[in-house]
Design a protein around this ligand. Structure first.
Ligand code: CP3
Length: 363
């Protein structure tokens, strides 16, 4: 793929008056003051929305990710409904892995399932590098979305090497990541070869999105919290650093997120993030002490709180905004994705409340 033009579209878009560079979301990522604390929700496009369930009714998940018009509509649904400060591309972390030649499917209610789990060096070799042509539908969807969204930033994303490796080695979702860790500890050479390959796939996938005009990227290492800090640093950090470091010149903020990562927050920042995502277990003031003063934080309402009566939700939103003031920049979000059973009206109220409570005059 051509990388010469990398970042040009994003940089031009970001510097254009009325572009996204001055949006509350990009400003918070860059630790600049803004008119209010920006808010979006991981998995904001999804089964909590009746309009999503309707449009997805007869289209399998992976196929829906490959239809640019459908991706555009699904991505815009939560922006229209909730007034969130950013859209996130509708796709999945396994989309580029499928494009790289891995036989997999996303099974409703289960998640990604891989036909032939990775066991050998030959299995790793079969994971091809990807080019823009392999994911042209993503390039097209991002361009359609950037045109539709105007001043509202679009977040691109990829799965990080550890989380992708877990699906590939386990063959599907896992609670313990036992097979993954067995490979990691038992055959470090194969482990590093696998993660290096996945890092290139993730980086290429993010480059396509940046070139097409996304305003920020998020690297999802959802399951990294399964590791100790020492093992994270040894087996994972170099590969995630390759992905985030590979985008250092892209001109867009880089968010790095995982679940159960209280002990890893510092290392995840070191991987090359501008913003570190924090789950609900760590208060944001504690998190920012661990991450340091040169990075913003994102989070961290427990998605289950949204199922509680409104006064409980309101108190938690206030607490998180208060604790977020300790950070040099705060993007309000959940600590993990929206649960399908969430009442979408509660999400809309949370957006309004965050905006109201955090409103401040700007010079
Ligand atoms: O709105 C958004 O956040 C953007 C869309 C998005 C999806 N997947 C859509 C999706 C994003 C950012 C992802 C990333 C993703 N996919 C992650 C990292 C984030 C996280 O949640 O930790 C992971 C681990 C996956 C793997 C995956 N894909 C899982 C665990 C599932 C859920 C399986 C299920 O049915 O419960 C999927 C499928 C998936 N990806 C859905 C959506 C909306 C549900 C599919 C459906 O609607 O039928």
């Amino acid at each position: 793929m051509t990388t010469e033009t990398t970042g040009t579209a994003a940089r031009d878009g970001a510097s254009r008056p009325g572009g996204t560079a001055h949006s509350p979301f990009v400003r918070a990522c860059r630790r600049q003051p803004g008119p209010h604390t920006p808010v979006w929700f991981m998995r904001q496009a999804g089964r909590s929305l009746p309009e999503y369930r309707e449009i997805r009714a007869n289209v399998p998940m992976l196929e829906s990710c490959r239809r640019p018009e459908l991706v555009t509509e699904i991505t815009l649904q939560p922006v229209r409904r909730h007034g969130v400060d950013a859209a996130i591309l509708f796709s999945d972390i396994v989309v580029p892995v499928a494009a790289a030649g891995v036989d997999l499917d996303i099974v409703p209610g289960t998640g990604p399932v891989v036909a032939e789990p990775v066991r050998t060096a030959a299995d790793v070799d079969r994971i091809r590098p990807i080019t823009r042509d392999d994911v042209s539908y993503v390039d097209e969807a991002v361009r359609l979305l950037v045109a539709e969204l105007g001043d509202t930033p679009l977040i691109g994303f990829a799965g990080a090497p550890f989380t992708l490796a877990s699906y590939l080695v386990e063959g599907g979702p896992s609670r313990t990541h036992a097979k993954t860790k067995a490979l990691m500890y038992g055959d470090p050479e194969l482990w590093h070869a696998l993660c290096a390959r996945l890092a290139e796939v993730a980086l290429s996938f993010l480059r396509v999105q940046v070139d097409a005009g996304v305003s920020a990227v998020q690297l999802f290492d959802s399951w990294a919290g399964a590791l100790s800090e020492a093992d994270y640093r040894r087996y994972v950090l170099p590969h995630s650093t390759r992905v985030l470091g590979g985008l250092a010149d892209a001109g867009v903020p880089r968010i790095h997120f995982g679940v159960g990562t209280a002990e890893l927050l510092g290392a995840m920042g070191e991987a090359g993030a501008d913003v570190v995502g924090v789950d609900w277990r760590t208060p944001l003031d504690t998190a920012t002490r661990r991450i340091g003063p040169d990075k913003a934080v994102q989070g961290n309402l427990d998605p289950c709180v949204l199922l509680a009566p409104w006064p409980v939700v309101e108190a938690e939103v206030r607490r998180i905004l208060d604790q977020g003031r300790a950070a040099p920049g705060h993007v309000f979000n959940l600590g993990h994705g929206v649960l399908p059973e969430t009442d979408p009206d509660v999400l809309t109220r949370v957006v309004a409340l965050v905006h109201e409570l955090s409103a401040r005059p700007v010079e």
